[in-house]
Write a protein that binds this ligand. Structure first.
Ligand code: GCB
Length: 560
């Protein structure tokens, strides 16, 4: 699936802006227009735009509607593309259902019939259950439906990302797959999905100089003395594909990722990941995307000398990957398999909870994720789940299928992010790299960093000794109220966050199998209401409005 673009063969028109909106129940009929529409901004989460709890925490359907007119181009195909729609979406043209999508973090793209004027209706459902990703319990209390989320971020919903109306010529270029291999020279193999008969391609180097040409739908181009894509070096080549009818430019990088013994290698050199687990989360617009806010996040990532981030706990907006490609940042790309634990003795991998239907959906979302992101050099790894109950009896069978499916989609290393201890873990041997989330000194042994240090070291050693795989500490951190200071340092103070992170880093420095550290979290973020969350999770190194806490200055020096 290619991102919409404009050139002399393609037209793409942004549908961002004001839409009509309403809350609805399951009986909503899209055959007629919304009766008393509320105006809504796209892209954004609708939740925090309202002023009542009922609207903010609405469970069920909402409707987005836009009246459109098409330019008079009747050949080729008109399409609609939503960057995401959370979580389930039904898309209608004049009341006719054209597309259904399950999964709130990946694009929806569908063809529409030519009509001079029409009404586009998107009915979204934010209900989650045991068969959706993320996982949640859908309950009823006092006649009201409740989505009891088993994950620690607010269940924002809406049209969160760019929406495009776009036009493709006849026999368009449907997809482009690019793979690179570094030998003496670089080998760039490509595969073009199109019904067009004649296909010509050429490769431009990062300075826009033509460095290779070929024809045919499948081919390999040799590039002498390639400029490699690397950390901080977003060297991007462009594959220009031309079919007579259609034209598309797809960027790619020449780089090689390998996992060898205890190391992760980029272009043959050992790398150490420095950065964060993040969230798409902002004041007012919630999980909505906005280029300016993405730029601020990237400027902070660069300021603090981070080289990587994980898209915890779901695929991010495509613009984040485009920016990472250009700036040379590494991404661990996570599918929204989060909430696969209930913090109780209930076995979640069972027929009535996380079952075959969930697994099918999990695989489908991995397929869509790899399909969307396959050509981004910034993506160095896929994470198949965050904190699943991998100690359970049926977890291994579940994840064997998930891993083999992911391996059939990509050659990149695969990670699973763990919370359980090494001894009881039944799944981590399937991964190339193990992600570990650790909060010793926070959720346990609070305030006692001396004991925590001993426990942490033993814990990480146990993981390496059992699995012999590189470890990335994908989460560690403390809730920290910006401006709260305390000497000696106590929980929630900026000083405690510094002491805790320093202690963790001392342990990592002693263990050569630790291949990276991602502090939890990049910035404070919204969660559901809870007695351990004061208006959200405060483990950010930056505040929710993207200003540094004390720890940011330490990390900036340390990661230089
Ligand atoms: C975790 C989760 C993350 C939470 C974090 C916390 O282990 O992966 O989603 O936000 O802990 O702060 O408790």
């Amino acid at each position: 699936m290619l991102y919409p673009t404009n050139n002399n063969k393609r037209i793409s028109i942004s549908l961002n802006g004001l839409w009509n909106f309403t809350f609805a129940d399951d009986s909503y009929d899209p055959k007629t227009s919304i009766k008393e529409p509320i105006l809504m901004g796209v892209p954004s989460s609708y939740n925090d735009l309202f002023t009542t709890i009922k609207e903010r925490e609405h469970v069920g359907n909402v409707v987005y509607e836009l009246k459109l007119q098409l330019p008079e181009i009747k050949t080729g195909e008109w399409r609609i593309r939503l960057g995401s729609a959370t979580h389930k979406a039904k898309c209608y043209i004049d009341g006719e259902l054209l597309s259904y999508h399950n999964g709130g973090f990946l694009p929806i793209d569908f063809a529409i019939p030519y009509k001079e004027k029409f009404r586009l209706t998107i009915v979204l459902d934010n209900r989650l259950d045991y068969q959706t990703l993320p996982i949640a319990s859908l309950k009823e209390e006092n006649g009201k439906e409740i989505v009891d989320t088993h994950f620690d971020f607010f269940n924002y919903a809406g049209l969160h990302r760019n929406v495009f109306l776009y036009h493709l010529p006849n026999n368009p270029i449907e997809d482009i797959v690019i793979k690179t291999k570094i030998e003496e020279n670089a080998l760039v193999s490509y595969k073009i999905d199109t019904l067009a008969e004649k296909v010509n391609v050429q490769v431009l180097d990062p300075n826009n100089k033509i460095v290779g040409k070929a024809s045919g739908k499948i081919g390999t181009i040799t590039i002498a003395k390639p400029l490699l894509w690397d950390i901080g070096k977003g060297n991007l080549y462009t594959l220009c594909v031309e079919t007579g009818n259609d034209y598309y430019e797809e960027t790619f990088g020449i780089r090689e990722i390998l996992v060898k013994d205890k190391d992760i290698l980029l272009n043959g050199k050992k790398i150490y990941l420095k950065g964060f687990g993040m969230h798409e989360d902002h004041i007012t617009i919630g999980r909505g995307t906005y280029s300016g806010l993405n730029i601020r996040d990237f400027n902070l990532l660069r300021w603090i000398n981070a080289n990587s981030f994980r898209t915890s706990h779901y695929p991010y907006d495509e613009e984040m990957y485009i920016l990472a490609d250009k700036l040379g940042l590494l991404i661990i790309n996570e599918v929204p398999a989060v909430g696969m634990n209930f913090w109780s003795s209930t076995e979640v991998f069972s027929e009535n909870i996380i079952n075959e239907t969930t697994k099918k959906n999990h695989m489908q979302q991995l397929t869509e994720l790899v399909n969307r992101d396959k050509n981004h050099p910034s993506v160095i790894m896929y994470s198949v789940a965050n904190e699943a109950n991998t100690h359970e009896r049926h977890a291994l069978a579940y994840f064997k299928d998930i891993f083999s499916h992911t391996r059939s989609l990509t050659d990149l290393p695969i990670m699973i992010v763990e919370w359980v201890g090494a001894e009881s873990n039944k799944v981590a041997q399937l991964a190339d790299v193990i992600g570990l989330n650790r909060y010793i000194g926070w959720y346990v042994n609070l305030g006692d960093l001396e004991t925590s240090k001993i426990k942490l070291k033993a814990d990480l050693n146990a993981y390496y000794n059992k699995f012999k795989k590189p470890l990335v500490i994908t989460e560690f951190g403390t809730d920290t109220i910006a401006g709260l200071h305390s000497l000696p340092s106590v929980s929630f103070s900026e000083e405690y966050q510094v002491d805790f992170i320093k202690m963790y880093k001392e342990v990592f420095d002693e263990l050569d199998f630790v291949s990276g550290e991602h502090v939890w979290n990049f910035a404070d973020f919204m969660t559901k209401q809870g007695i351990t969350r004061i208006n959200g999770n405060k483990k950010g190194v930056f505040t929710r409005d993207r200003q540094p806490k004390m720890i940011a200055h330490f990390l900036r020096e340390n990661w230089k």
